[in-house]
Every structure is written in C-alpha cells, then in structure tokens.
Design a protein around this ligand. Structure first.
Ligand code: ATP
Ligand code: MG
Ligand code: MG
Ligand code: MG
Length: 439
C-alpha cells in the first residue's frame, strides 16, 4: 500500500476524550472513529488489525475442530422468555419493537439462539460432541462505555458453544477451549492468565476469565507470581485427548489466580508472601461450563446410548475480539506510539522515502516495495511529499515492526537503513539484505 493513497487520518494532538493510552493511540493513528457513545467505525488501519485478530481466532478454533457459523445480530424475545433470561438480563440488553409490535433485541450473547438450532436438528448422542462458534457483533447497553473499544456498547465477540452428552465430555470441551485460548492470545503477543471468576448472567459454576495484566485494567486480580512464568509455546497437542487437555488445564490453573469476585483472602495467604501479587487486568475472554442450564428449559435433549432422553451438557466461550486491540496496545507501546506484535501488525514493514521526487531515491523505493511484495510481505510505502521528521513520527505512531529508510546519502554507498520499532536498533545494509533480514 502507498501511503499517498491510503486513508490514514493521523491526529497530531492528543484527543482530550481519551483517558487511556490505547484509546489515545487508536484515535491518533486513525484506526477508529466514534460514531456515538461506545459505537465505533473501523477505519482501514484499525479494520486491518481487527481482521488479523479474527484470523488468528479462526485458525486456532479450526485446529481444535470447532466449526465456524454465523447467527443474526437481531433476535426475537421469544427464546429468551423460554430460557427465563428475558427479564433477568436487565438494562444491558437493548430491546425494541418491530413494526408488528413484536419484542426484538440486539444479541448480547447467543446461548438461546444456538440451543434452538441444536434442538431443531440433533436428536441422538451419535451426533455429539459438537462445538460451533461465530465471530459476530454484539450489543450491550453498558452503563459507562469508555476506554474506546475496550468497553464499547457495540463490540465484536467470538462466542463458541459446545454440546456434549455427559458432564465429563463437556469438561473436556472446557479444557480444550482453554488450550485454544492460550494459543490464540500468545500468537497475538499477549500473556492472558486464566483466573477463576464469577459467571455473571451466563450462569454455571465452572468458569475462568483470561486476563491481561495492565494498570488500566478494570478488574482487580490476585495471583501467585509463578503463573506469569507459564508459556504454552509451540507444543503439539491432541485436542481429542482428554488427558492432554486436562494436563494443560491443571498446569495453568493450579496456582492461585482469581478476580476480586472470587478472591479468597485465606487461600491467598497460603501463597508464599514474596509471590503474592495484587494488580489490575483486562478481561479478554472467558470460558464457561454450565451443564443443562439452557438445554433443560429449551428442551435440547438427545437419545442416549441406553435409549433414554437426556438434556445435553453445554458450555460457552467468549473472546473479546475488538477489545483485544485495546489490550494489545496497552501491553505494546512506548511514548512515540504503538509497537505491534508481528502476529497482528497491519503491515509488516514501512518504507520511508527521505527525498520524494529524487529520481534515484524514488526508484530504489519502488524496487524495494516490489521486492517485499514479491516475498509475500505487506509493506506500507510512505511516498508522501513530507519532511523526514513527519514521516518518522507517523511510522512510530502506527508501530510497524520494521522500518526501511531510503535516502540519497545511503544510496550513494549502496545501503538503506533497517530499524526495529521495538528495540530502536538500526543497521545499514543493502536493500536485498534488508528484505532478507525481515523474514
Ligand atoms: P466485562 O466483565 O468486561 O463486562 P463480561 O464478563 O460481561 O465482560 P463476557 O460475557 O464474558 O463479558 O463476554 C466475553 C468477552 O467479550 C469478554 O471477556 C470481553 O473480552 C468481551 N466484552 C464483554 N463486554 C464487552 C464490551 N462492552 N466491550 C468490548 N468487549 C467486551
Ligand atoms: Mg459485562
Ligand atoms: Mg466479566
Ligand atoms: Mg466475562
């Protein structure tokens, strides 16, 4: 992409409405624009990162055999009356009527909808286990939308649902989701710690939230510092193996890590004092096992191996896809701007032309741009007629992992400059060597 043709409305000044750094940087880097309170348009740069995050989520769900699907954003109130949640859900649910005076709502979560799909189509244990998920916009009329996409009213969520014959099978699905989530967050350059949590309006006893530690997080968390040493890494895992998934669950949840809702001061005391931590975190996901809470009232039953009709055991699992942009920036920035982790960066590398209009420099930049594309990279070429200082500031702000600076002086010696956004280190080398180094 050539920056002269890209839509990147960068702001020079700090927007006064943004209280936290990720919100400030997303506005300044021209990633989002507020449409109304807690509702955002995604401009090309922000949308590009959102899509990268979605892709990682899809790939990790596919790895575990979970099936993507899509349900509507608008639902009728009927199913929610059947499950008993219509009155219980409260003011966060946006309710309205259609022209025929029917009660409608904007989906805040989709347990009822998917259970209805299940009950209409599945009647035998032989069709289990089954896990389907979607990445779809949700609406919750949050009392205090704030911090940009972190607490929006409209937000993008991955929500997945498992249907199993027994509690044991459903707990395997729970553990399997924990594994997929650990991999998902790590690929985005994030450490998200599973913590025992409260289930809220989804219901059920077994639930873990995934928290990214950050001072600006809205949750208070208590944990044993040993949990921060755990890494999933690139280990191979058999998602169908009950033992494999249970072992990961055990490893990642046997140490003390809880949100304030479930915090137990007496248990926390048992953690060695030098490892006790009280901090703040951003909730980027949550997994639930809630048994037959929805299958019973909605009649999602199957015939078991013994011929008896039994309600299925279910769980649901959410990832805050749009919130993740904020969380990633909170964890990866400096005073000059964003520092994208490689896995989610909107472009791999930026090319800065120091003398736009100079024939040799323009030619070298064009050649470099083509060479990078030929190698499968997605470069952003700053070909604007701007001062070098302004170009560097824009590149630092949007935070691509690599910058290649091309100017007449270097070219005389046959070199360009390759700079790492994260370390700030620069090296001079030939354009070919710079392309090779980026891989
Ligand atoms: P919170 O405690 O932050 O209100 P939640 O527990 O109500 O979140 P869940 O029902 O667990 O949310 O939804 C799954 C995920 O969706 C959350 O872990 C979070 O990452 C994301 N999410 C929830 N509410 C919002 C919101 N208002 N804006 C952006 N993301 C959200
Ligand atoms: Mg909430
Ligand atoms: Mg929560
Ligand atoms: Mg939650």
């Amino acid at each position: 992409m050539r920056l002269s043709r890209y839509f990147l409305p960068v702001l020079k000044e700090n927007p006064s409405e943004a209280q936290i750094v990720s919100h400030r940087l997303m506005l300044r880097a021209g990633m989002i624009k507020q449409a109304s309170a807690g509702i955002y348009s995604w401009l090309p740069l922000g949308f590009k990162v959102l899509r990268k995050i979605e892709n990682i989520v899809h790939e990790e769900q596919a790895r575990a055999g979970h099936m993507p699907m899509l349900m509507p954003t608008i639902q009728s109130a009927e199913l929610w009356r059947e499950s008993g949640r219509y009155d219980a859900y409260g003011a966060e649910m946006l309710r309205f009527k259609d022209r025929h005076d029917r009660d409608m709502l904007f989906t805040p979560t989709a347990e009822e909808l998917i259970t209805d799909i299940f009950r209409a189509n599945v009647s035998s244990y032989k069709d289990l286990p089954l896990t389907m998920y979607q990445i779809q916009w949700k609406f919750r009329d949050e009392i205090r939308p704030r911090f940009g996409v972190m607490r929006g009213r409209e937000f993008l969520m991955k929500d997945g649902y498992n249907f199993d014959l027994t509690k044991e099978d459903a707990l395997h699905a729970y553990n399997r989701h924990l594994v997929t989530y650990l991999r998902t967050y790590e690929r985005m350059g994030l450490q998200a710690i599973p913590m025992r949590a409260d289930s809220g309006p989804i219901g059920g006893d077994d639930t873990h939230e995934f928290l990214v530690l950050a001072e600006t997080g809205e949750s208070e968390v208590f944990y044993d510092s040993a949990v921060t040493d755990l890494k999933f890494g690139d280990r191979e895992i058999d998602y169908d193996s009950v033992e494999d998934c249970a072992a990961v669950m055990e490893e990642f949840t046997d140490k003390y890590a809880r949100t304030d809702e479930t915090h137990d001061a007496a248990l926390f005391e048992q953690v060695p004092e030098d490892r006790r931590r009280v901090a703040r975190g951003i909730e980027v996901g949550q997994i639930f096992y809630f048994g037959t809470k929805y299958s019973e009232p909605l009649g999602a039953v199957v015939q078991g191996p013994d011929g008896k009709q039994v309600p299925v055991h279910m769980g649901s699992h959410g990832i805050g896809v749009s919130r993740l942009l904020g969380a990633i920036i909170e964890a990866n920035h400096d005073e000059n701007g964003i520092i994208w982790p490689e896995g989610v960066t909107p472009f791999h590398v930026g090319i800065v032309n120091l003398r736009q209009g100079d024939e040799a420099t323009d030619g070298a930049c064009e050649a470099l741009y083509k060479a990078l594309k030929a190698k499968g990279f997605d470069p952003l070429y700053d070909d604007r007629d701007e001062r070098a200082g302004g170009k560097f500031a824009a590149m630092d702000l949007i935070g691509l992992p690599w910058r290649i600076t091309v100017g007449p002086r270097g070219l005389k010696n046959g070199v360009v400059e390759l700079t790492s956004r994260r370390t700030g280190e620069s090296v001079e080398l030939t354009a070919e060597a710079a392309v090779d180094r980026i891989a």
